[in-house]
Design a protein around this ligand. Structure first.
Ligand code: FE2
Length: 529
């Protein structure tokens, strides 16, 4: 385990006591080792209840509904568990608005998912579960607003390799009191065995996950992490999967990290991966276990979530000199999902159209055929749709690549006749790319690569290739702003966070400009539970 013994942080501050708390906790049982601590006092919280050791979560907010999630561990070997739930508008749960009882069992790995309807729009709610004589932690969530919306604050994040270290970025997200939503763009788990990719923390099970039981165990391990649990407890999430929720560089018919036969069939493996994902994530259930969907935030944002992986992606080409790369039939979304996206974009009346998806849309100097660069005809069809239908204010949200980027989206960033980075002429949309929560980018020695890339690629308005963290989006009717926040380390618990950069796009301009200061947080924060 590569945890530093150095007692001095980079900022020279006295080391935080929470590290000692966690160090001491490592001797207790696995289910209790990852207890949180009170951020006011740094005193350890009571051990996580045995029944609700995976915490609580909420997601996919609608103006009148939200998904509530928990898991009830059958600690006495029960074959089924009855779970009572309560939702209210105050943290003490006295202003109750709904409640009830549901039963869960092994067929769904003892997870509980409710789609609670009849709620007030744009309203913070608090919720709790009870079962087998224990109570869950109280969670906080927020329904989507309806009608006229002044302002929204979203986090986008991705790529949380447990093996690479600690979820300091999830903890920073949890501590924010200014968020309407966390948009998780995938690589929520990684499929590798212990020490195959990252060696700070061991994986459960120790081997690469292949079966339904394997995938369930891996989600269970991730969700015992106190920082991830706290992020879910404090904010609603909208999730989509990337490749590692199944296997590295997945496409509709296979993956780089899948050997057909020796590792079972791809159909069986992805069926298991999809089932465990829908059991463990606070995503609204659909019969065909697909993740593409639209969530509407009043007249301000339509959030269109896409699947560029398991749904329909054609196999990646061997390289940029592979003649198949230009085949117009090749697709990342599949023709049906592509048409659905175009219809969603054409029909949207929201000020901003956010595309939550997995792989980088903008050009990356022909370095990676696993992103939209490897599917140029599919990318051109998106540009053509935006151009033909005069659709403005499309913002692509991306994870996958463990580095931080802000880009103008243009047909040819190198052709001065096509694109002008100073006026935005020739740019159809903008892209914010989130760094990993914990998954690694470039080694620190290569930090300067970013400056070289920016110099050679005028559409890259912000590049940082080393740090982990997340992006905070601040959205109103006049502009969308993205601020990159980076943590100092993942090799140990730390509470250091630094602002990396801020870009914004003014309404109707479709290009990014640098901003010196991020927008102030709104003043009326709902209390944390
Ligand atoms: Fe990743």
């Amino acid at each position: 385990m590569a945890r530093s013994k150095d007692e001095t942080r980079k900022d020279g501050a006295v080391p935080v006591r929470r590290r000692q708390v966690l160090g001491g906790a490592a001797v207790v049982g696995a289910s209790q080792a990852l207890v949180g601590c009170n951020s006011e006092t740094d005193e350890p919280l009571p051990p996580a209840p045995e029944v609700f050791l995976h915490g609580v979560a909420s997601g996919d907010p609608l103006p009148d509904a939200v998904i509530l999630w928990t898991r009830a561990e059958p600690k006495g070997g029960e074959s089924s568990v009855e779970v009572t739930w309560t939702i209210a508008t105050d943290p003490e749960l006295t202003q109750t608005v709904d409640g009830g009882t549901v039963t869960t069992d092994a067929s769904r790995d003892f997870t509980v998912k409710l789609d609670v309807a009849g709620l007030a729009a744009g309203t913070t709610h608090y919720y709790r579960f009870e079962a087998l004589g224990e109570s869950s932690p109280i969670g906080r969530t927020k329904t989507a607003p309806s009608g006229s919306v002044d302002r929204l604050r979203f986090v986008i994040c991705s790529c949380a390799s447990y093996a690479h270290g600690y979820y300091n970025a999830y903890r920073r997200i949890a501590e924010r009191a200014d968020l309407d939503l966390v948009i998780h763009l995938g690589d929520y788990i990684y499929e590798y065995g212990t020490n195959e990719y990252g060696d700070v923390r061991s994986h459960e099970p120790e081997h690469e996950i292949l079966t339904l039981d394997d995938y369930r165990q891996r989600y269970g391990q991730y969700r015992r992490d106190a920082d991830l649990q706290e992020a879910h407890r404090q904010h609603p999430f909208v999730n989509v999967w990337d490749d590692h929720e199944s296997a590295n560089d997945s496409w509709s018919g296979g993956a780089q990290n899948h050997t057909e036969g020796a590792e079972g069939t791809w159909a069986d493996r992805t069926a298991a991966a999809r089932q465990a994902y829908f059991e463990w994530l606070p995503i609204r259930d659909v019969a065909d276990l697909t993740v593409q969907r639209t969530l509407r935030y009043g007249d301000l944002v339509d959030l269109i979530m896409l699947d560029t992986r398991l749904c329909c992606r054609d196999e990646v080409v061997d390289g940029f000199d592979d003649p198949d790369i230009d085949d117009p039939a090749r697709s990342l979304l599949g023709m049906e999902q592509e048409q659905w996206l175009f219809d969603e974009l054409s029909n949207s009346t929201a000020a901003w159209k956010l595309l939550g998806q997995q792989v980088m849309f903008g050009q990356l100097a022909q370095l990676n055929v696993d992103q939209w660069d490897g599917y140029p005809a599919a990318r051109e069809r998106v540009f053509a749709h935006l151009e033909t239908n005069s659709i403005d204010d499309v913002v692509v949200l991306t994870g996958d690549i463990h580095t931080s980027w802000g880009m103008d989206l243009t047909r040819d960033p190198q052709d001065v006749m096509v694109y002008d980075p100073n006026t935005g002429s020739g740019s159809f949309a903008v892209e914010f790319v989130a760094p990993g929560i914990s998954s690694p980018g470039f080694p620190p020695a290569l930090a300067a690569v970013a400056e070289g890339l920016k110099m050679d690629n005028p559409h890259m308005k912000y590049v940082e290739v080393v740090s982990r963290g997340y992006v905070l989006l601040d959205i109103d009717a006049t502009r969308i702003q993205g601020a990159w926040y980076h943590v100092d380390t993942v090799e140990e618990r730390s509470d250091v966070e630094m602002l990396g950069g801020v870009l914004e796009s003014a309404r109707g301009t479709n290009y990014l400009v640098e901003v010196m200061q991020p927008a102030d947080a709104p003043t009326a924060d709902p209390p944390a539970p």
